[in-house]
Design a binder for this molecule. Structure first.
Ligand code: SAM
Length: 264
């Protein structure tokens, strides 16, 4: 019987292929099969050798995502053929990426799993926007939080703990619930004027951003129009973001009052 192959859970970073780690690039080059999220750029998937299989799974607008259980089963089946499988995931596989669930299923099946970290979206945004998340005059710490719970469960977060003006909050998957998140943070004591930055497709050529405040973000039409994926940063560090590409030039042109605040 052929021995089981291995699965490398590889972080593809936030978008720019230059942000891959050397180890990630080496694993992709070596792979027999690459099972990738649909948001992972083609330039990264195409590092695989021509004979390697490429299997897209996961979300992209207009596609039905492959259910997580099916992805888990696929990874097990592929590894049982003896293949070196690279499971390529956006950002870091262990930051809101369900990488831990995939690793647990594989290990239970007796398959060796290796985790190759990637640059998470928050770090991509910090570098791309020139916005140190823990700048000492602005924040004593940073917290990564989810804006969306499993199975659309109610968003029960530690609002009192999160409403700390000295901590930078980075909200992943927050686009649908940002109005509620902002309202809960204000109710827990954060100022309505606390700056909020939203960045879309960070580190890609389509990166776009807009700034707002906790009091306005929920109804801000410029922020609502940002294409996914969108990351939110709440805190004083937002003021450090370098002036960049104004979001949605067509909004600025046709409705300048809506574009107010679109620059960092
Ligand atoms: C399921 S989480 C995966 C996070 C990923 N594992 C990481 O470490 O970045 C998806 C969320 O990450 C954020 N995200 C990922 N890539 C992004 C990008 N290039 N630009 C903006 N936000 C991004 C968005 O908030 C998106 O809703």
């Amino acid at each position: 019987m052929k021995p089981f192959g291995t699965v490398s859970l590889v972080g593809a970073g936030p978008g720019d292929p230059e942000l891959l780690t050397l180890r990630a690039a080496r694993r992709i080059l070596d792979a027999d099969v690459v099972v990738h999220d649909r948001l992972v750029p083609t330039a990264i998937v195409d590092l695989a050798r021509p004979g390697a299989r490429r299997i897209p799974v996961g979300k992209r607008a207009g596609f039905h995502p492959v259910p997580q259980d099916d992805i888990n089963a696929l990874l097990v089946d592929l590894a049982m053929t003896g293949a070196h499988v690279v499971r390529l995931k956006g950002g870091d596989p262990f930051i809101f990426g369900r990488g831990s669930e995939e690793a647990a299923v594989l290990r239970r099946a007796g398959i060796a799993v290796e985790v190759v970290p990637g640059i998470t979206a928050a770090q991509g945004a910090a570098a791309s926007l020139g916005m140190p998340l823990t700048e000492r005059d602005c924040a004593t710490g940073v917290r990564y939080v989810t804006g969306h719970r499993k199975g659309d469960a109610p968003l029960e977060l530690d609002w009192d703990g999160l409403a700390d003006p000295d901590t930078t909050l980075v909200v992943y998957m927050g686009a649908a619930n940002m109005a509620e998140i902002a309202a809960r943070l204000i109710a827990a004591g954060l100022s309505r004027d606390m700056p909020v930055l939203a960045v879309s497709k960070v580190t890609t050529p389509d990166e776009a951003r807009a700034t707002s405040s906790l009091g306005r973000v929920g109804a801000d039409p410029v922020i609502r129009a940002l294409p996914s994926p969108v990351l939110f940063v709440v805190g004083r560090v937002v003021a450090l973001a370098e002036a960049g590409q104004a979001v949605l030039p067509e909004v600025a042109l046709h409705a300048p009052h809506l574009a107010e605040g679109a620059h960092a």
